[in-house]
Design a protein around this ligand. Structure first.
Ligand SMILES: *[C@@H]1O[C@H](CO)[C@@H](O)[C@H](O)[C@H]1NC(C)=O
Ligand SMILES: *[C@@H]1O[C@H](CO)[C@@H](O)[C@H](O)[C@H]1NC(C)=O
Ligand SMILES: *[C@@H]1O[C@H](CO)[C@@H](O)[C@H](O)[C@H]1NC(C)=O
Ligand SMILES: *[C@@H]1O[C@H](CO)[C@@H](O)[C@H](O)[C@H]1NC(C)=O
Length: 504
């Protein structure tokens, strides 16, 4: 596929706003003006603001100065190369601004301050991306105890996207979205040490679409916290991680309309965990669909007595209308932790829980345990109705339809004492599925300030890729599509929505 230099700004703007992908989103997500329009207004190359392409020189002043010059409309450009950071960058008050990180930012290891290496706040119409899909932030966490700093935090950022960036070896969390809205996060990889406290992607806020993300660590993969509504998470690869979750939830929890689908987890603590202890408020209208995995400790796990957190004031969070469907694969030891654990607060039983088409088998022994406590609904060990306390344990001795396709190159976690190399952004995040949007480096997307015309051809994975080439207006991609994905010159494959991409 080729870069499309003739695409007009008006045409580009047409494809900019992602459609309302699912009812789970409440409106458009992503920046409201294109990369090209921002760059056409002004480009603030950090090299013109005192930047030095050296991994051991502090570039924080240059990045801050470039932001200040472009934050009213423009693109902050960090070209290919290595840039050190020893004091942290706080960027705020932007509107119509992008950051194109084509180079790599390295934490200068003598700097041990806490905080966040790059923090963006109170900003709208914002895009943080890498035009060559090679931008990365290297935190060298292996040289520190897990105490500081975090890599990227977005606070009260609206109408934004974050994509094509590798977040590597965070000393603490990798990407946090705090009270953000109308966002899209995609085509990115997080690789951190195998230890608690090194969260991958944490999000709270509203109307956010997170897709095509790979996380390696030993804590949160992609996790929703409170308050949150209208969050869609899909095509996630928790590759030796803690696993994806919701929580920890405490007093006044307010979470609704959350939809996860196509989540693949291997060697995680769980395939999905909803966690609280005490607390109050509500979690409702949640769907967790098409979870595949193997070698995980827990599998489907709602635990309202999660004693790893401090008990929060209140009788318990009220869990209502939560559906688990289409779960397949194996877990490490079905007799020990089991495939289904739904432990609801005795004072606030869960209602409207649905467990359907959950087919998990054990990798050791020949039984799978299911435990339900104060949980009402249909499927698994749940009871029908809505009131009263109970505990039941069911032992299954058979399973069917649990076989899954695995991901290539599933290998081990990172220890804590070794440097984590900067990985390439993957080209698949769920067995057999291609990313919903092509990588910047691989597609007609081009960069902002300096479009990359000769990016590497994406390595195709097991996604159904028929041979041949599509002509103008032909389909070239989309979830479940298995025909040709290349377009005849001069057309390029443009993703219109997760289900349909077209040669335009
Ligand atoms: C965000 O985008 C929506 C359209 O998608 C627009 O209505 C809203 O005003 C924008 N918000 C800001 C703060 O610009
Ligand atoms: C990490 O913590 C341990 C124990 O608290 C300490 O001995 C060690 O020096 C610390 N390492 C670094 C790199 O700070
Ligand atoms: C239950 O949640 C789903 C979303 O997962 C939603 O579509 C449905 O309307 C909810 N049902 C009720 C009764 O609120
Ligand atoms: C999974 O993670 C391991 C460890 O970080 C890595 O070596 C491997 O390449 C990853 N697999 C894929 C498919 O990205």
């Amino acid at each position: 596929m080729k870069y499309r230099p003739s695409l007009s700004l008006a045409a580009a703007a047409l494809f900019l706003l992602e459609p309302w992908v699912q009812a789970q989103l409440s409106g458009s997500v992503g920046p409201t003006t294109s990369r090209a329009a921002k760059a056409a207004k002004k480009v603030c190359n950090i090299m013109n603001y005192g930047g030095v392409a050296s991994a051991t020189t502090d570039n924080s002043a240059a990045i801050t100065a470039a932001w200040n010059a472009c934050k009213g409309g423009g693109e902050v450009y960090i070209p290919s190369g290595s840039y050190g950071l020893s004091s942290w960058v706080t960027l705020s008050g932007g509107s119509g601004v992008s950051i194109n990180l084509e180079g790599v930012i390295y934490r200068i290891t003598s700097a041990t301050a806490g905080g966040t290496m790059i923090s963006v706040s109170s900003t709208t119409d914002f895009e943080f991306y890498s035009g060559n899909s090679k931008g990365a932030i290297q935190g060298y966490g292996y040289l520190l105890n897990a105490s500081d700093p975090r890599l990227v935090r977005l606070t009260q950022v609206t109408n934004f996207s974050f994509h094509d960036i590798a977040l590597v070896d965070a000393p603490e969390f990798s990407l946090v979205m705090d009270t953000c809205s109308n966002g899209e996060v995609y085509n990115s990889i997080v690789r951190a040490g195998s230890e608690g406290g090194l969260d991958g992607v944490d999000v709270w806020g509203q109307n956010i679409w997170i897709h095509d993300i790979e996380v390696t660590n030993k804590d949160e993969c992609v996790t929703v916290k409170s308050p949150a509504s209208n969050i869609l998470v899909e095509s996630i690869f928790c590759n030796w991680s803690g696993g994806s979750a919701m929580g920890s939830l405490g007093a006044n929890t307010d979470i609704s309309n959350i939809y996860y689908r196509n989540v693949y987890s291997q060697n995680c603590n769980q395939m999905y965990m909803i966690k609280s202890w005490g607390g109050s408020g509500t979690v409702k209208n949640v769907k967790l669909e098409n979870f595949w995995g193997h070698s995980n400790a827990y599998t489907l796990d709602l635990n309202a007595y999660w004693t790893s957190m401090t008990q929060a004031p209140g009788d318990g969070v009220s869990y209502q209308n939560i559906t688990f469907t289409g779960w397949k694969g194996t877990n490490s030891n079905g007799a020990q932790r089991g495939s289904i654990q739904v432990l609801c607060p005795s004072a606030v039983p869960c209602t409207g829980i649905t467990i359907s088409d959950v087919n998990i088998w054990t990798e050791s022994g020949s039984t799978e345990k299911e435990i339900c406590e104060n949980a009402y609904g249909t499927g698994g060990c749940l009871r029908a109705g809505s009131g009263g306390t109970y505990t039941t344990t069911v032992t299954r001795t058979t399973a069917s339809n649990y076989a899954i396709q695995t991901m290539p190159n599933e290998i081990k976690a990172w220890g804590l004492g070794t440097e984590i190399p900067i990985p390439a952004i993957p080209t698949s995040f769920f067995p057999g599925l291609r990313p919903i949007s092509a990588l910047m480096a691989a597609s007609s997307n081009g960069g902002g300030a300096t479009p990359t015309t000769a990016g590497p051809t994406p390595t195709t994975t097991s996604a159904g890729t028929g041979g041949g080439v599509q002509s103008e207006y032909g389909q070239c991609g989309g979830s479940g599509y298995s025909g040709p994905t290349a377009c005849a010159a001069p057309y390029a494959c443009s993703t219109l929505n997760p289900y349909y991409a077209q040669c335009l």
